[in-house]
Ligand binder design. Sequence first.
Ligand SMILES: Nc1ncnc2c1ncn2[C@@H]1O[C@H](COP(=O)(O)OP(=O)(O)OP(=O)(O)O)[C@@H](O)[C@H]1O
Ligand SMILES: [Mg+2]
Length: 396
Amino acid sequence: MPKPKYRNPFRPGAGHMPPYLAGRQQERQEFLRLLEQDVILENLLLTGLRGVGKTVLLDTLKPLAMQQGWLWVGADLSETTSLTESHITTRLLADLSVVTSSLTLDKRTVQHLGFGKPTKVERKLNFEMMSQLYATTPGLSSDKLKAVLETAWMVMRRQDARGIIFAYDEAQNMKDHSAKDEYPLSLLLDVFQSIQKKEIPFMLLLTGLPTLFPKLVEARTFSERMFRVLFLDRLNEEECREAIVKPVDKLPEKMSEESVQLAIRESGGYPYFIQFICREVYDVLLQHIGREVFIPMQDITRKLDTDFFAGRWARATDRQRDLLQVVASLSDCDNEFTLQQVSKKSRSVLDKPFSTSQISQMFAKLAEAGLVYKNRHGKYSFAVPMLGQFISRQGT
Ligand SMILES: Nc1ncnc2c1ncn2[C@@H]1O[C@H](COP(=O)(O)OP(=O)(O)OP(=O)(O)O)[C@@H](O)[C@H]1O
Ligand SMILES: [Mg+2]
């Protein structure tokens, strides 16, 4: 008799909701606390390494906000969205119009030429209307945008809404372009700070890689006070276990204790790796023949290297790879490292070592590529979990 095939519940993939979202209670509590604000003093910023679960957590915050009477709008911020002030404005108005376009801005009596009776015309607060309002408001783009948002709130407050959450994922893509005289990031921060001062309950919820917060502070120092920053970390052992065991709770095939231990250890507690490893392990369990189950961890690791790491590694130049190899050979590479440490190490392992200023420039490029980031104390870390081990596996 062939064994019946059961569905594999694990979901390794960017933004794919896991079968069981483990942990993150504190973050949810914190978000609920922020929703209690009548005047918005703190906005939320969710940050963390690649694949740590920012997007899926963001998705679970939406129903929480809606249950508390908030409206929710938002999108992914691509690089093109944040290229110019006009792009980011279009983004905001397009998102806002989703919840406002059925609302009436005003009713006007229009007197037609000739003998016709005057008629009442309703103007809806849709995208076209808001764009028109934007275009006809005098001043800088920030004045125009503020005026539209204020008008939108004046109309909305007649409804029951408590406020609006503007949720933007991948917000590390935003940046100012001084050479082009375009400041979309500063515009966003200025406008929200200003309308929040006027007690308009529009809250920003940004998520992104660890480069995000330093970028905001660099654009506007007041960002430091404007955001409550939550750094999503790896799951602890108990949470890992739940993420692994709960999805198969009701399925006929269970994860053996040995497989659970293996997945916890090999994933390092990082959610994407948990999903990835468990998906592979569970496939093995579903398909095994005979008594002994052998988990081919080496093959799984090789597959993970190809699926997750190889693409990012391929984009690095030879010289950048040399540098990253040096970093990976530091004992503390999974934590943080300084320019001096890397430079010193490069002198002991390379014929052509790197100076601290070279490293600093190269790290800036690697940060743009989402491979490393600089923390607030001027030290660096990998922005991709367990990148050090991957690099070491590549040999020299
Ligand atoms: N708390 C969790 N419990 C179990 N699995 C999780 C958890 N959080 C995320 N995952 C899984 O981890 C993977 C990555 O999640 P997600 O795409 O949300 O990460 P991210 O931080 O947004 O990554 P990126 O930086 O690439 O945008 C997904 O497969 C998701 O199902
Ligand atoms: Mg994401």
